[in-house]
Structure formats: C-alpha cells, structure tokens
Design a binder for this molecule. Sequence first.
Ligand code: PMP
Ligand code: GLN
Length: 383
Amino acid sequence: MAQFASPSKLPQLPTSIFTTMSQMAREYGALNLSQGFPDFSPDPKLLECAHDAMRKNVHQYAPLGGIFPLRERIAEKIHRCYGATYHPQKEITVTVGATQALFTAISAFVWPGDEVIVLKPAYDCYEPGIIANGGIPVPIQMKGKTYQVDWGEVAQNISPKTRMVIINSPHNPSGAVFSKEDMLQLEKLLQGTDILVLSDEVYEHLVFDGTLHESVSKFPDLAARSLVCASFGKTFHVTGWKMGYCAAPDYLMQEFQKIHEFAVFCVNHPLQHALAAYLKNPEPYMGLSEFFETKRDYFLDGISGSRFQFTPTQGTYFQLLDYSDISEEPDVQMAERLTKEFGIASIPISVFNKDHLDHRQLRFCFAKKEETLANAIEVLQKI
Ligand code: PMP
Ligand code: GLN
C-alpha cells in the first residue's frame, strides 16, 4: 500500500514505561507493583450507584461540560477540602480522566514556540502534549533523592516565552508533596506575569502523616491563573473508568471547553450519574489518606531490615526504594532483572528524570491487597 509523507509529531516517543513493565510482569508471571492501579475492588456502594445509573434512561449524550449534579458535587468537594469556590456550570468540566483534562488544557493554551516549565521527574503525559501542540518543554530537575524544587532555578528559567508551569503534588513518581511554602514561592515568582499554572492533583486525597494537600485553589493569586486536573480513577479505585475533571476560573474554562468540545464533546453519561450519587457522601475520599497510609506502613514495616533504603512516601500510592546498597546496575536494568529473576515488577525513576539522571531508585505501587503486599515483602526481603 502507498505511504504518504506524514512526519511524526512525536518522533522520539518510546513505549510508555508503564506498558513496558506491566507487559513484562505478565510475561514473567511477576507481582506487578509497577503501573499504578489497585488490585482490589472498588467500594460496592460505588458499583451499586453505577448499576442504578445504568438502569436510568441516561444513555445518550451528556451536556458538554458534564451533568449539573456531578459538577455541583465536585464544586462542593473542592469547597469542603480547600475552601475555594468554583461555579459548577462555568468553572468545572467533567473529562475522560485527568489525562484528557491535562491534554486539553495544554492544547487550549500552548501556542507553537511557547515554553512550558516541567518539573522532573515528570509524569509521562505532559511533554508529549506540549510538543504535539508546538510548544517547548523546559525541564527542571527536582533536587536530591527526595525531589525538592529549587524555586530560584524555576525563576531563572522563566522567559518572555514562558506560557505555563506544570506542577504535580502529591508527586508521581517520587511521592513528594509540596508544602505551603512551596506554593507561596510559586505564587510569588509568577506575580506580574501572564503565566498559567496547570496543576495535576490526581493524588490530592492521598497524603500521609498529617500532611495537608496544598491545592492551588487554596491560594487566590495562584487559583486565578490555574487549571486543576483531578481523577476519579485514582480517588475511587476505578482507573479503568477514565473519569476526571478540570476546575478553573471562568475565563480559562471557556477556552478549555472550546478544545474539549472537539476532542470528546462530552463524557460517559451513566457514570456521571453514578459519581454524582456516590459523591453525596464525602467519607470515601475524606478517609482515603488513612486507608492508604495503613497500606504504606504495612509495606514499609514488612521491608524494614531489607537491603533497600527508603524515606516513607509523603503522598500518592507509590513508594521509592533505593537499591544502591544492593547493586550498581542502572535502574532500568535493575527493574527488568527484578521482574525476570525475582518476580517483582517496579518502575525505574530515571526514565522520568532530566537527562535520565539515575539515583538507583525504583517505584513500587502499594495500592494492593494485603496478600499481594505480603508476597512482595517476602520477595524484597530476599534481594
Ligand atoms: N497524572 C498523574 C500524576 C498520574 O499518575 C495519572 C495516572 N492516573 C494521571 C495524571 C492520569 O489520570 P487518569 O487515569 O485519570 O487519566
Ligand atoms: N498513572 C499510572 C502510573 O503512574 C499509569 C497510567 C498509565 O499507564 N498511563 O503508574
């Protein structure tokens, strides 16, 4: 068949590390603590809400921005958690997971030649979105093995071409959580500019040891220039539902929705009803940190005394383990070897770092049944 010249917009794109490691785990029958998804069932009450919704006559297109009751529940949730007010109709859009929210936000605001500051290690969907829209990612490496942002360095990298800064707290893959001081520094350094903030807050309800999630929506000067992206997949253990949302001030949401309209128009209608009903009770998301903190502690207690070093993760459902006392192998090689020889799959961090900086750290997902974690502990203790 004839082929026509159609240069790739993303010529350097490797297969996602999540796909690679999950595939390898399947191939070698390994415990899969790589890709971030729970191996336990969601709350039966949520499934009941989904069953109920399926029985309603809500099988045709939903309104573009999402059904009103769900947007109302989302606005209530944001207000309850962060004290911020978003207008359900004008300032909230239901999306196909956070991934679509992030891509849509980038498409709506990044012009060819614009620079976008990305803090590394960075979740893998930001840079391809920027590049596909003609923008230029400006990567800034977070410092040390606990990944602290040097805001002075961020300030130095701001130029007249900077359109957007992308932040992600709680942070995947490191588990680091921005402090109030971090947010105030960001707020200060953006003062007097037109730079937007794209805030990926998919792990907003997973923060540990009494730490508070500092949403951009808590900081009025930041909120005024920010688009917040969130994921019901992460919050309610249903990553396969691909349901999320974006919240932003009216003037930004108008532009966001212009792209949203032609990317998807609207999102799965019955599941919006299910989520609207389930969200009436705040307990499931308000209790999430405690639920996952117990899992984190079980996992860390289990591997204490092993040859891995770690600092307990502050947020997300990922724990970094440092294997530098065990091997000098590069992390990608180590992750492959642990999968093939020991039967446990993880994610190497260097793939997300600037210039593939390798601190000999692997990311393990502890959103797993106790039985899975117990098996993982047994394996890790032997390495
Ligand atoms: N951002 C981060 C940091 C993530 O880890 C993920 C993976 N869930 C996403 C965005 C995408 O979220 P969703 O699955 O809702 O598209
Ligand atoms: N967010 C998930 C993780 O970090 C991966 C989702 C995906 O496979 N794209 O593991």
